[in-house]
Design a protein around this ligand. Structure first.
Ligand code: ADP
Ligand code: MG
Length: 255
């Protein structure tokens, strides 16, 4: 069984990569989890997973220079496929190849988390959203962040991608979130998965090159991510069917 989630947002810096790694570790307690850095232009999973020095990354696979297996690393109880950070690597990568990468990995795992680019600005940026079964939307509780995320949801649903839920991150005002979360539920298809506070611990984990759940497993933020994982009802799909769907996914010609 497998389900592929795109961890997405409208804006950058909402905490998609942080969330991908934290949620991934929480889900890995029950499931076989594969994290793919599908933000191939602004990759940073490698900095969150202690993989900054690795030789082979998704860029090499997307450029046809390496096999998927060569870019796969076992870290923190998950299978992690990091992406390189060079501009030349991004230019050489053929985004369409992501379909085969996801299809290949789908055979071996229960959950695929695609750390996704922030904007709808290019074909490579929308690909993870088009490929995924459902979105996990990471938002900050501000009107611009919510507005941008709703646009991502609208785009995703036109391609048949559902919404698993919304995760509020970097929350500084508990009273405001109590007001905003119920309103957001009216506009987003999924439920509110969790609310993660703005916290120095989260920043420190990134600086240490570790996912939050490895760096500070007992922190309130880690607990919030475990709660998000528990709220997520993973839908088992036949791996072969999912792989076929990825391989044959139609990539939009334009936005
Ligand atoms: N809850 C939080 N509290 C404090 N800092 C956070 C939190 N979530 C993310 N950050 C920090 O914000 C920055 C952007 O997070 P990141 O996960 O890389 O966002 P994105 O992938 O959406 O661009 C990082 O430096 C990260 O450590
Ligand atoms: Mg990121």
């Amino acid at each position: 069984m497998v389900e592929a989630f795109a961890v997405a947002s409208g804006k950058g810096g909402t905490g998609k990569t942080t969330t991908t790694m934290a949620l991934g570790m929480a889900l890995a307690e029950e499931y076989d989890v594969t994290v793919i850095d599908a933000d191939t232009g602004m990759a940073n999973v490698l900095f969150h997973a202690g993989l900054a020095a690795v030789e082979t990354t998704l860029h090499d696979v997307l450029a046809g220079k390496a096999t998927v297996e060569e870019a796969v690393y076992d870290r923190f109880g998950m299978t992690v496929v990091p992406c390189g950070t060079s501009l030349s690597g991004f230019k050489e990568a053929e985004p369409e190849r992501l379909r085969d990468v996801v299809a290949t990995l789908a055979a071996e795992t229960d959950i695929i988390l695609l750390d996704s680019p922030a904007t709808l600005g290019s074909r490579s940026a929308v690909l993870p959203i088009v490929l995924a079964d459902r979105l996990i939307v990471v938002v900050q509780p501000t009107i611009p962040s919510l507005s941008d995320a709703m646009k991502v949801q609208e785009y995703a649903t036109t391609y048949g991608t559902g919404v698993a839920g919304v995760l509020f991150n970097r929350v500084t005002d508990d009273a405001a979130i109590d007001d905003i979360a119920p309103k957001a539920e009216r506009y987003f298809e999924g439920e509110t998965l969790s609310t993660v506070a703005e916290s120095e611990t989260v920043r420190a984990a990134r600086r240490a090159g570790e996912p939050l759940l490895a760096y500070a497993p007992d922190s309130p933020a880690a607990e919030a991510y475990r709660q998000a994982a528990a709220s997520l009802s993973v839908q088992a799909r036949d791996a072969g069917t999912v792989a076929d769907r990825f391989r044959s996914a139609v990539i939009p010609d334009e936005l």
